[in-house]
Design a protein around this ligand. Structure first.
Ligand code: GLU
Length: 305
């Protein structure tokens, strides 16, 4: 797949929703932030439908998201790319990682990971799951129907050293993660054959020539794994900006999973003003075109001054 033309600025940004439901107020904030950054840079803005986790996808959600974006005047510069059509590209990347020894088949069940971790006395957990203890790392059995994991080490010659990824976020500043201990060897393809977000996002951002990633701050924690994959696959690392999240009344992040209400686009100007306020942009405008134009100007002043 060739990179899309990126205008004079060379900037390519994207909004990459998972079609697990319609846009809600929180996802409009992420969409608007990526659109604003692309427009403020005179760049290209793409929409990619991340429909790899098929059991979580809802029929009609992708079309609904695209129509909600259009109602808000957020029009992508190319037809949306669907990850469900990208399996061959993910397979090629996976084959490269397997051939180079960076990926391995893992037959461990959740329970085995729990027991092995407990036996080794490691208490580390992440999102309530134990960090993978490395059981299958050296076995290199290519059993069909296994999950495939990526090695979280700085190089294959130094497999026991810590993968300490340092990166810069345009809003959060200098960031750092010990991927080896905080995340562990991570899944690239699940045992049920579904592609993992980390691999799909890295392959597609590179294939679409994405230069700038602007997304919600809840995803910042994934960035070191994505940078690791980019480096091992010889792909460029985009610039990152993780935008503030919209929190619910309970202080929890709004998400489709916790049943955040579908975004009401009957008054798109109001919806956009609310989303802009989450990004620290106070707008005083009455119509859609003025709202978008003022938001671009404010964004430019805030993030590009
Ligand atoms: N598909 C992911 C989500 O909806 C976002 C991926 C990304 O922006 O990198 O949470």
């Amino acid at each position: 797949m060739s990179s899309l033309a990126s205008g004079h600025s060379g900037y390519v940004g994207r909004f990459a929703p998972s079609p697990t439901g319609p846009l809600h107020e929180g996802s409009l904030v992420a969409a608007l932030a990526s659109w604003l950054d692309a427009r403020a840079h005179g760049g290209t803005w793409l929409v990619r439908i991340e429909d790899v986790d098929t059991p979580r996808c809802r029929p009609g959600a992708a079309a609904k998201i695209l129509s909600q974006l259009a109602a808000c005047g957020l029009h992508p510069d190319a037809p949306a790319l669907y990850q469900s059509s990208r399996g061959p590209a993910y397979q090629t990347a996976l084959d490269t990682l397997l051939a180079r020894g960076w990926a391995f088949a893992c037959s461990c069940t959740r329970r085995q990971i729990e027991l092995a971790g407990a036996a080794a006395g490691t208490q580390r957990t992440r999102h309530a799951e134990r960090i993978y203890p490395g059981t299958c790392r050296d076995a290199r059995r290519a059993t069909p129907g296994c999950a495939i994991r990526m090695i979280a080490a700085p190089s294959l010659r130094r497999p026991l050293e810590v993968l300490d990824v340092r990166w810069y976020d345009r809003r959060l500043g200098e960031q750092r993660q010990d991927v080896t201990h905080e995340v562990g060897d991570f899944i690239l393809r699940r045992a049920d054959g579904l592609w993992a977000y980390q691999l799909a996002v890295v392959v597609d951002d590179a294939a679409q020539g994405v230069t700038h990633i602007v997304r919600g701050a809840d995803l910042a924690d994934n960035t070191p794994r994505q940078i690791h994959l980019q480096q091992v696959l010889g792909l460029a690392t985009p610039r990152y900006l993780h935008a503030p999240l919209r929190l619910g009344a309970d202080g929890e992040k709004l998400s489709k999973r916790n049943e955040a209400r579908a975004l009401d686009v009957s008054d798109p100007t109001l919806a956009l003003r609310n989303a802009a306020a989450q990004l620290g942009l106070t707008l005083a405008t009455a119509n859609l075109a003025d709202t978008l134009a003022q938001a671009v100007a404010r964004w430019r002043a805030q993030w590009m001054a």
